[in-house]
Design a protein around this ligand. Structure first.
Ligand SMILES: [Zn+2]
Length: 85
């Protein structure tokens, strides 16, 4: 499973990419950074307290169940979880 902390631009990009693969799903948490981060895709600074995205890419047939990890990194505002909407 892929896990990333992303800026809004990269979150938009990854959303488009994952949409092209029917076997993959995006779990997307939006919130405020609990510490200073660097976007895992583009390297832009994400200062503590600013909006960012904690995403996981899940594949069908994955053996390990998805476990929440996002709350350790962001103060969650809302989430978009497939099949739980
Ligand atoms: Zn980025």
């Amino acid at each position: 499973m892929t896990r990333k902390i992303l800026c809004s631009k990269c979150e938009e990009e990854i959303r488009k990419i994952v949409a092209k693969f029917p076997d993959e799903k995006l779990v997307d948490f939006v919130g405020l950074a609990l510490e200073d981060f660097i976007c895992d895709d583009c390297g832009v600074e994400i200062p503590k307290g600013t909006m960012c995205y904690a995403i996981s890419i899940l594949s069908n047939g994955m053996r390990q169940p998805y476990q929440k990890w996002e709350h350790k990194f962001i103060d969650i505002i809302y989430s978009r979880i497939p099949n739980e909407e």
